[in-house]
Structure formats: structure tokens, C-alpha cells
Design a protein. Structure first.
Length: 447
């Protein structure tokens, strides 16, 4: 999970409020100190921390809870709101025709982030082209070509050309008719005049609507001055903070950039191309405090779940049919949403309940179950009652597992089917679900 240390410390502060018999000045001051300590350990600027926690304390001691809200809930809400404030406002890069210039210093992750952004926009229906406009780092062109191949997105570049502006102009002709063109530009070890000049020339040549700064979260509080310098020079439209997973300095980078007024668009939360999340301060803080992020969970599910398959699975359950094949399809949908750690962070109250090793063990178990089901025949998947001892041995050999593993899968399946049968045995629930399906059918026919 992103900023696990900070999230854990803040959740402990929230628990202190939630478990208190009543809210008084002593409790508020304790919580304020806990929040201060957590933010300072995450490298957030001292002045910003003191200012934020002073406002937190004042509000907690003077504001009256709204009607229907307990004093404890009110203080928790104030903590949440004040944390959101220090992160500024997020800004999504819209899915529309545009030219995007990726800028930043060496080693910040520009090229990989260009690929991640291309994947995000391509997924949202845009025809995307990538341009290797980094003429100073020899490996940049090859790296971008490799990323383009993985994404099925074309890449234009010329390793022999030493003018980024010339490459950019040629790329515009090459990608004529494309919705989005992303230019991966050169970096430097520091913000130098020749870097700014090159960025300005390329931006002018391609008439870039978006100028996105890529910053490594490890930069910490220095991310602020860097963002301000680039913002003053070229007029940034957004910032992407990379390598935020697990870094202690991430809190400093996020808050420092927010102070400059340059909106944070995305955060990089891993090495894979799908590990780029749109930055929404409300959702970000909600997940860190263990309040979950149901909206993101629904969005993630909608991207990977086949609606027709999901509806068909639901209909089978309503009719009492539930095979191993259905179980396999459900597991595929779940794994398509990403690591369990990511999914559980979106569920309210799950952040601290499931230990890291338990999640890893569950992920491995699900993978083992898939291997076992891959070794079964279609007949066995549709009718698991056929699987007796001789078949168990054959399936175990074919999947590289043990008979015990196969029996564990069958036990899990039977438990799931029994639970489903009990659930569907409730007439009231069954009637409600059937009504929903009928309403959905009527809506679909009328559309």
C-alpha cells in the first residue's frame, strides 16, 4: 500500500478517537501530537504540519458537530478534511485529442511514466502515439520502443538525430490523425538553461496543450522547489509523482508539490504499466485512514469485469447452479483487478485487518487453485461430483500440485456452493434479486 507507515500511524490516531468514551481537550491534544508525528516522519514540511495541526486542534475544540453526528465522528471528519487540504486539488488528464509533453530531470521515471500514461489514455478510447524525443540518453529510444510493443502503441524516434525539435516535428507528421501524442523529452541532473530552452522549443513546435512534470517521490520536500522552477519556466499543467509505493518521503513530495499550485494528476504506485493511479486527494486520504475507496473499487471492477459474464454468473446462482467453471471465472475477474493488497485497501476497515503475509498466502492459494482447474476437463469443471480419487491424482500430477491441494479446492468449492444455497434459500432476498433482473431486462429491451 502507498505510504504504509504514514497510513498506519494516522489510522492509530483515528482509532484513539473512535475508541474514546468521550471527546475532551486532552484527547484532542493527544491526537494532534500523533498526527504531527506521523506527518513529520513522512517528511512533510514542518511549517505546513504545524499550521495544519493548529487548525485541526482549533476546529476540534470549537466546532459543534452537525445534527446526527457524534463528537467522535465529527473530530474524525475534521482530521480527514485537514489532511485532504494539504494535498491540494487533483487534476485528471482528460481523454481528448491533445499533445502531451513529459518533462523532468534525469532518473525520475519519465520514460516509464510516458508508457503508463499512454496505456491509461489508450484504455479510455484514445488513439495514442509515443515519441522518443530524449536525444541525450542513448537507452531512452530502445526503452520506449519496448514499452510501445507491450502496449501495442506505435513509437516514433530517430537515435541518430540530435535535435529534439526536429524529431518532434517529424513525429507530428508521422502521427497525423492520432488523438494523443506523448513526447518523452530529455532530462538533466539539474534544472539548467539548455534544458529549459529545449523544452520551450519542443513545446512551441508541437503546440503542446499539456506539460506534465514527472517527479520521483524520493525527492521529498525538494519536489516543491523543482516543481516551482519548472512551473515558472514552462507553465506546467500537471505533475505525476512516481515510485510512491513504500517511500517514507512520499508525504513530503505530495504536500510540497501541492504548495506550488501545480496540480497532481497521477501517482505511480509500482513498476508495472498498470501501476498508475489518478490522484484524488479525497480518495487518497480515505484509503490511508482505512475508510476505503468504494468508488475506485467499482471503477477498477468495471474496467476488467465482463458485464455479460457477470450477469450470466448471477443468473446461474439464482437458479442454484454453481460449477467450478463459474468459480474459475470469478477468480479470473478478481485477479484482473490487481493484487489483493490493492483491492483490500479500497474496502472500508480492511487496511489493518489482513496481514501482509496472509494476503500473499491467499494470492498464492488462488493461483494454485487456477493451476488445478486448468488441469481439469470441461466435464469435471461443470460437474465436480465426477472427481473421485483416481481423478484427483491425475489432476494433481497435471497441475504440479498434490492431491491434498486438489481436495482443498473441492472443499472450498463445496463451502462456497453451500453458502450460496443458504443465501438463495432466503425467499425475500431471492424475490428482490429476481425483480432486479426483470427490471434490468425491461430497461435493456426499452433502450
Amino acid at each position: 500500500m502507498v505510504l504504509e507507515g504514514l497510513g498506519g500511524a494516522l489510522r492509530d490516531a483515528i482509532k484513539k478517537i473512535a475508541n474514546a468514551s468521550h471527546v475532551d481537550q486532552k484527547l484532542v491534544k493527544e491526537v494532534v501530537k500523533d498526527v504531527q508525528r506521523a506527518l513529520l516522519q513522512a517528511d512533510v514540511n514542518v511549517k505546513l504540519v504545524l499550521s495544519m495541526t493548529k487548525e485541526l486542534e482549533t476546529r476540534a475544540l470549537t466546532e459543534k458537530p452537525p445534527a446526527g453526528m457524534s463528537p467522535r465522528e465529527h473530530v474524525i471528519r475534521i482530521v480527514y478534511e485537514e489532511l485532504v487540504k494539504i494535498l491540494g486539488k487533483g487534476r485528471e488528464i482528460p481523454a481528448k485529442p491533445q499533445r502531451i509533453l513529459m518533462v523532468g530531470l534525469y532518473g525520475q521515471g519519465k520514460t516509464t511514466t510516458s508508457g503508463k500514461l499512454a496505456k491509461d489514455l489508450h484504455k479510455r478510447g484514445m488513439k495514442v502515439g509515443l515519441v522518443a524525443a530524449d536525444v541525450h540518453r542513448p537507452a531512452a529510444y530502445d526503452q520506449l520502443v519496448q514499452l510501445g510493443a507491450k502496449l501495442n502503441v506505435p513509437v516514433f524516434g530517430d537515435p541518430k538525430e540530435k535535435s529534439a525539435t526536429k524529431i518532434a516535428k517529424r513525429a507530428m507528421k508521422e502521427f497525423d490523425g492520432y488523438d494523443v501524442i506523448i513526447f518523452d523529452t530529455s532530462g538533466r541532473h539539474s534544472l539548467e538553461d539548455d534544458l529549459i530552452k529545449e523544452i520551450e522549443d519542443v513545446a512551441k513546435a508541437v503546440d503542446a496543450e499539456q506539460k506534465i512534470l514527472v517527479l520521483d517521490a524520493q525527492t521529498g520536500q525538494q519536489a516543491g522547489p523543482q516543481a516551482k522552477a519548472f512551473h515558472d519556466a514552462v507553465g506546467l499543467t500537471g505533475v505525476i509523482i512516481t515510485k510512491l509505493d513504500g517511500t517514507a518521503k512520499g508525504g513530503g513530495a505530495l504536500s510540497a508539490v501541492a504548495e506550488t499550485g501545480a496540480p497532481i494528476c497521477y501517482i505511480g504506485v509500482g513498476e508495472h504499466l498498470e501501476d498508475l493511479e489518478r490522484f484524488d486527494p479525497d480518495r487518497f486520504i480515505s484509503r490511508m485512514l482505512g475508510m476505503g475507496d468504494i468508488k475506485s473499487l467499482i471503477e477498477t471492477a468495471s474496467e476488467v469485469v465482463d458485464e455479460e459474464k457477470a450477469e450470466e454468473a448471477a443468473r446461474k446462482m439464482l437458479s442454484g447452479k454453481f460449477s467450478l467453471k463459474d468459480m474459475y471465472d470469478q477468480m479470473e475477474m478478481l485477479q484482473g483487478m490487481g493484487p489483493l493488497k490493492k483491492i483490500t485497501s479500497m474496502l472500508p476497515g480492511f487496511a489493518d485487518k489482513i496481514k501482509e503475509q496472509d494476503m500473499e498466502a491467499t494470492q498464492e492459494r488462488l493461483q494454485r487453485f487456477r493451476f488445478i482447474m486448468d488441469s481439469m476437463t470441461d466435464e469435471e469443471l461443470e460437474d465436480p461430483k465426477l472427481i473421485k480419487s483416481s481423478r484427483v491424482i491425475r489432476i494433481a500430477r497435471g497441475s504440479g500440485t498434490t492431491p491434498k491441494d486438489v481436495k482443498e479446492l473441492l472443499k472450498q468449492y463445496n463451502m462456497s456452493k453451500k453458502a450460496m444455497k443458504g443465501f438463495m434459500g432466503n425467499r425475500k432476498v431471492r424475490r428482490q434479486l429476481m425483480k432486479q433482473f426483470k427490471d434490468a431486462d425491461i430497461s435493456a429491451k426499452g433502450a
